[in-house]
Design a protein around this ligand. Structure first.
Ligand code: BJ8
Length: 390
């Protein structure tokens, strides 16, 4: 029987505000647009945010997390496609997402097949710039190609929006971005504490909400303050106690669209999600941009090419990261969440399972799902059975 004796810290209300930032952000963005700011809509962790910021623009994530918009995608996209793509495209084609509406340009990358073909379709009704992402990050030529893509994006933004992206502006954006990564990393590291003071569901929704606060100084100040506040609370109330709840690492696809169905279910069933090895968590935050390099564009290219998404072949860094995260967060079990029809993560899961069970000696569970609630019963039963086994 799993013990549930240690209750979670009641989070400060600021965090609920951050989690709800997607809705509140609509109005803030409207004001920013009215003041003349330009907006770049993005869909992926590979997008080099520093170039967007150096152009004086605001990046906003357009990755959709709801089933509601999928119906609008059905005329153009096949049913057997990842829900993240169908949902995002549905919002775009129906013009029902204010953030898509406000975007002056969409920046996409050739990551998985579904996404890159979606950008082609989107280009028929929106200004879309597609970056050619190499599928291997070990080859020297890949870095050259990707660096060239950075220059192409820089030129595109300069020409389209009549701005100059200087090295000075790029370094400034790099420094700010690195500091932001460090701040978020510290926030995620609250999950290393035992008992874990932060619910994994809140951790994930906070990370999502963070992208919808467009005042970067303010959001960084808040995340630092709240991290310290939660840590101090933990020291006062929980230090020295140990929780018997299994500590879970989530890996795989982004999880914003299955938060309620899967993440909440895991925590309600008695486990603590302590870390995310995915794009909803620390994956991109683990490596900083090298501030000692001479050329800022090359430094940005190097960092972003090194992201450990399954679209890379091979994707060795993901296993190095998993190795470290399992140890550092004292993880008891790994749950891999793969969105339906995401072939790269689905195929790579065979290696992940082997790595987790054989090399790390930890239990592993694979869940494939979509944005609907149709399989909630089955998902709950499997999660409960898995946790009972640990
Ligand atoms: S860096 S994980 S954000 S591509 S889940 S759309 S891969 S079929 S979201 Fe992703 Fe960038 Fe990779 Fe991260 Fe395709 Fe898979 Fe769907 Fe995906």
């Amino acid at each position: 029987m799993i013990e549930k004796e240690i209750s979670k810290i009641k989070l400060p209300s600021k965090f609920e505000e951050v989690a709800d930032a997607r809705k509140i952000g609509f109005l803030k963005m409207k004001d920013l647009k009215e003041s003349g700011k330009k907006v770049a809509g993005v869909f992926c962790t590979y997008t080099p945010m520093e170039i967007i910021y150096a152009a004086g623009m605001i990046p906003v994530s357009l990755c959709a997390t709801t089933e509601d918009s999928i119906k609008y995608s059905e005329a153009d996209l096949p049913k057997n496609l990842c829900p993240l793509i169908r949902s995002s495209y549905g919002f775009a084609v129906s013009d029902t997402c204010p953030y898509f509406y406000f975007s002056d340009i969409i920046i996409g990358e050739t990551t998985c097949d579904g996404k890159k073909k979606m950008y082609e379709l989107m280009g028929e009704f929106k200004n879309v710039h597609i970056m050619q992402l190499p599928q291997n990050n070990l080859d020297e030529l890949s870095l050259k190609l990707w660096t060239n893509e950075m220059y192409k994006l820089k030129r595109k933004l300069e020409e389209t929006f009549n701005v100059e992206i200087t090295d000075e502006k790029l370094w400034e954006a790099i420094k700010f971005g690195n500091q932001e990564r460090k701040n978020l990393r510290k926030f995620f590291e609250l999950g290393k504490l035992n008992p874990s003071p932060l619910s994994g569901v809140t951790m994930s929704s906070t990370q999502d909400g963070f992208g919808f606060e467009f005042d970067r100084e303010k959001k960084n100040k808040e995340i630092v303050e709240k991290t310290m506040e939660i840590y101090d609370f933990w020291e006062r109330e929980y230090k020295g106690k140990k929780s018997n709840r299994p500590r879970i690492l989530i890996t795989g696809c982004p999880v914003g669209g299955v938060r309620e169905k899967i993440l909440t279910t895991i925590e309600k069933a008695g486990a603590d999600i302590v870390v995310y090895e995915n794009c909803s968590g620390v994956r991109e935050k683990l490596t900083l941009i090298d501030e000692t390099m001479d050329n800022p564009i090359e430094a940005i290219a190097k960092k972003y090419l090194n992201i450990s998404c399954s679209v890379m072949s091979p994707n060795n860094k993901r296993f190095d990261d998993l190795d470290k995260l399992i140890d550092e967060y004292e993880v008891d079990a790994v749950i891999e969440i793969v969105l339906q029809a995401c072939h790269t993560f689905a195929v790579e899961s065979t290696k992940v399972k082997k790595f987790v069970t054989e090399k790390k000696g930890k239990p592993y569970m694979y869940i494939e799902s979509d944005y609907s609630m149709n399989d909630i019963g089955q998902v709950s039963t499997r999660i409960e059975a898995f946790l009972e086994m640990i």
